[in-house]
Design a protein around this ligand. Structure first.
Ligand code: ADP
Length: 196
């Protein structure tokens, strides 16, 4: 199995690239942000719980997020692998993911971080906010809050997988095709290993 953690700050292009990787490798794409938005759109109890945190650009508590992720993974017993997009965002989430995948007899293949600087992120998210209808995309204070939460709470996840020799960084600026080539260059090396 290939289990990729697509990592990077909000607005770094994870969702766009995930869609292209899914086409190429037939992996199941799990975006925790999309899952929360779906729940919110349907006014489910889970959506109600997530709503205020998301509106402020804060992280939804781990207990809620980890349970949702586990359900989604377990709903795909025949998957060839997963792309985790927006998860894990904290160390407890990373530990929970490692445990879950170990239960399934597999593991994280690697984490790839898209590097994009802060000003480019703010620019991209505001542009997206014009059409996405996402309230957390249209207020610069909330965007900057998300960036600072990423730096404080989420970047430790990079170091966590670095200790397992699994973390990689690529330049997240360039054409969609350029960035895709950078990603697949790394994923191909895992494919070779998993084929051994
Ligand atoms: P972006 O990558 O642009 O921040 P996402 O769709 O990944 O957008 O996330 C939107 C919001 O959903 C986050 O700001 C947070 O409130 C919530 N969220 C998504 N994933 C997680 C997670 N793994 N842990 C906690 N909160 C999350």
């Amino acid at each position: 199995m290939i289990n990729l953690i697509l990592f990077g700050p909000p607005g770094s292009g994870k969702g766009t690239q995930a869609a292209k990787i899914v086409d190429q490798y037939q992996l199941v794409h799990i975006s925790t942000g999309d899952l929360f938005r779906y729940e919110m759109g349907n006014d489910t109890p889970l959506g109600m719980k997530a709503k205020d945190y998301m509106a402020k650009g804060e992280l939804v508590p781990d207990s809620i997020t980890i349970g949702m992720l586990r359900n989604k993974v377990e709903a795909h017993p025949d998957a060839r692998g997963f792309i985790f997009d927006g998860f894990p965002r904290t160390i407890p989430q990373a530990e929970a993911l490692d445990i879950l995948l170990a239960e399934l007899g597999t593991e994280v293949s690697g984490l790839i971080a898209l590097y994009v600087d802060d000003e480019e992120i703010v620019y991209r998210i505001r542009l997206r906010g014009a059409t996405s209808g996402r309230p957390d995309d249209s207020d610069e204070r909330i965007i900057r809050n998300r960036i600072s939460i990423y730096k404080n709470e989420t970047t430790p996840v990079f170091d966590y997988y670095q200790k397992q020799d699994k973390s990689h960084t690529i330049n997240g600026i360039g054409t969609m095709g350029d960035i895709f080539d950078r990603l697949t260059g790394i994923i191909e090396t895992w494919e070779k290993k998993s084929g051994d």
